[in-house]
Each structure stands twice: as structure tokens, then as C-alpha cells.
Design a binder for this molecule. Structure first.
Ligand code: ADP
Ligand code: NA
Length: 300
């Protein structure tokens, strides 16, 4: 059975602009098209876990005045939004610029994500049971993530911490984590914050795992993922695809991994890698996340 997944994290209104080349300082450029969609690492991961077939609850904050469409978009994905609170601040926003060479620049305005309701977080996490999974990222205050991890862990749930975007201060590190998921850049950042000298992904996952007392999965883009569990490395390949937009590949990976927690870790990572690879073949964040049927078709 696929487990129950609780995401405590960010919800954004994304605006994606497609343009020939990213603007340089002082330059004005025309975009060919602007598209709005649900985004934010938390919301993307919640949608991915729901499309993977898990029962999912989103804990976060959106604006009182502008949050209804975001809550509606999550609910349309069968994500439980009862603990998505309404803030005086406007909803978080992200402006995603994507050029014809596939390069992107992203500007995030945290808005309501900068102040989650700690009571809602505590209630959601205290209510978890063994077999349930809590998923955290890095677009909400670190203190809130730490509160969520400690509460969920005490309740017996598994905690997956996706340290993205890369943590910058030691106070950003989360304890009570069962599985750390990072890309290579984030792995280096976590290693440095732990006082370790980065020495390549293989050595770093082992060193970080030992220091944090967690398992570690490092995503490697087209090269798939590196799993470190119980002192052993396992490499999981990603299928060969034509990448058009890597937005949300990492979020898709994490959401599928959380929804597959009941499986052996390397099998869960294989599903996650397949899902991430499909996400890069399509534009956008949440809209590019594949369904379970698409992922299973790819794995067959
Ligand atoms: P992030 O977007 O967080 O940096 P990655 O780029 O490592 O994360 O992508 C996450 C996962 O998505 C990878 O582990 C892989 O499974 C899949 N993926 C990403 N880019 C590609 C690609 N070009 N080809 C195939 N799979 C990819
Ligand atoms: Na995408």
C-alpha cells in the first residue's frame, strides 16, 4: 500500500516567461509567452506524491486575498488542503525565465511562505503514525522545518528532507531526518555546513550520512541518482530522454520517492528517477509532473 504523505512546505503562484535570451542588467526584452501555474517546491512535491498514488496532505500558507486559486489547484490534484492556512501576506510567487538555449533564471518572492502557522504544523505532524512520511524542503523558515521534523519523528513517522534550495547557514540543517535528498550542488553545501571538505559525490554522501545519521540520495540529473544506505552505495540510472525544461525534476523525484516509501529504497529511487526523467521532457513545474500510469509504462 502506498503510504500517507504530509508535505510541510512552500506554495507559490509561478509565472513562466519564454524568451529568446535572458535579459542582461539594464536590458529590456520581450517574452513570447507568459504562463501561470501552481508551483513552489512543497506544492510540486505534494502534487507529485498525489499523482504517484499516495494520500497527500499539504501544510503551508497562502495569501488570504490571493490564495484561493492555489488551494483550488492543489485540491484538484486530490491533495488535502485543510491545513493550508490563510495569511495576511500575499501568496508566494516565482518568476521563471526560460530562454531558447534551455537556460533559466528564477526569482522567488516568499510572501506567505515566510511565516507558516506553527500550531497547524505541530498538529499535522503530531497526528502522523509509523508508515506515514513527512516531506520537507527549504522554502519555509528552517525553524518551522525543524519543528515539523522533531514532531513527526516523535510520532513515529519517517522524515524525508530535501535540502533544496541549498542551505546556507548551519541553523538551516534539520535533525530527526531518515532520508536526506539532495542534488550535487546541495550535497556540497550540506557537507560544507557540517565542516566537511567536499570530495566528490561518492565520498560526500558517505560522510554526510555518517554525520547526520541518515540515509542519503543524491540526484545526478541525466546520470540518475546515487543512493547511500547502510554503508553501501547504489547507482540508479535515469532513462535517456530529450530534456526541454528541467523545472520540477527534483520535486517530481522527491514526491515519487515519498509516495514509494513502502518499497525497498532502490526500487523507490528507480520509480522516482523515471518520474523525474519524464518531467524534464515537458514545460513547467506542476504541469510537467507525470502520472503514475505514465511512470509505470516507462518502467515496464
Ligand atoms: P534538480 O532539478 O533538483 O537539480 P536533478 O537535475 O538531479 O535535480 O534531477 C532529478 C532527477 O530527475 C534525476 O535524478 C533524474 O532521475 C531525473 N532527470 C533530471 N534531468 C534528467 C535528464 N536530462 N535526463 C533524464 N533524467 C533526468
Ligand atoms: Na519540467
Amino acid at each position: 500500500m502506498t503510504g500517507r504523505v504530509t508535505v510541510v512546505g512552500s506554495v507559490n503562484a509561478d509565472t513562466s516567461l519564454r524568451l529568446a535570451a535572458l535579459p542582461k542588467p539594464g536590458e529590456t526584452v520581450l517574452a513570447r509567452e507568459a504562463a501561470g501555474s501552481l508551483g513552489g517546491k512543497g506544492a510540486n512535491q505534494a502534487v507529485a506524491a498525489a499523482r504517484a498514488g499516495a494520500r497527500v496532505r499539504m501544510v503551508g500558507a497562502v495569501g488570504r486575498d490571493d490564495g484561493a486559486p492555489l488551494a483550488g489547484a492543489l485540491a484538484a490534484e486530490d491533495v488535502d488542503t485543510a491545513l493550508l492556512t490563510r495569511s495576511e501576506r500575499p501568496s508566494g510567487r516565482a518568476l521563471v525565465l526560460l530562454d531558447d538555449a534551455g537556460e533559466n533564471s528564477i526569482i522567488v518572492v516568499p510572501g506567505a511562505n515566510a511565516a507558516l502557522d506553527d500550531d497547524a504544523v505541530r498538529r499535522a505532524c503530531a497526528d502522523l503514525s509509523p508508515g506515514d512520511v513527512l516531506v520537507l524542503q527549504h522554502e519555509i523558515p528552517a525553524a518551522t522545518s525543524r519543528l515539523a521534523a522533531a514532531t513527526a519523528s516523535a510520532a513515529g513517522a519517517a522524515v524525508i528532507w530535501n535540502a533544496a534550495p541549498a542551505p546556507v547557514r548551519a541553523a538551516d540543517l534539520v535533525e530527526h531526518v531518515d532520508l536526506l535528498v539532495v542534488n550535487e550542488h546541495e550535497l556540497g553545501a550540506v557537507a560544507r555546513l557540517l565542516g566537511l571538505e567536499p570530495a566528490g559525490a561518492e565520498a560526500d554522501v558517505a560522510a554526510v550520512a555518517a554525520r547526520l545519521g541518515t540515509d542519503v540520495v543524491c540526484t545526478l540529473g541525466a546520470a540518475g541518482a546515487l543512493v547511500y544506505r547502510s554503508g553501501a552505495h547504489v547507482r540508479v540510472a535515469a532513462p535517456v530522454v530529450t530534456a526541454v525544461d528541467t523545472t520540477a525534476a527534483g520535486d517530481t523525484f522527491v514526491g515519487y520517492l515519498a509516495a514509494s516509501w513502502h518499497l525497498p529504497l532502490s526500487e523507490a529511487v528507480r520509480r522516482a528517477a523515471q518520474a523525474g526523467a519524464l518531467a524534464v521532457t515537458r514545460h513547467g513545474a506542476a504541469p510537467s509532473i507525470p502520472t503514475r500510469a505514465e511512470v509505470e509504462h516507462g518502467l515496464a
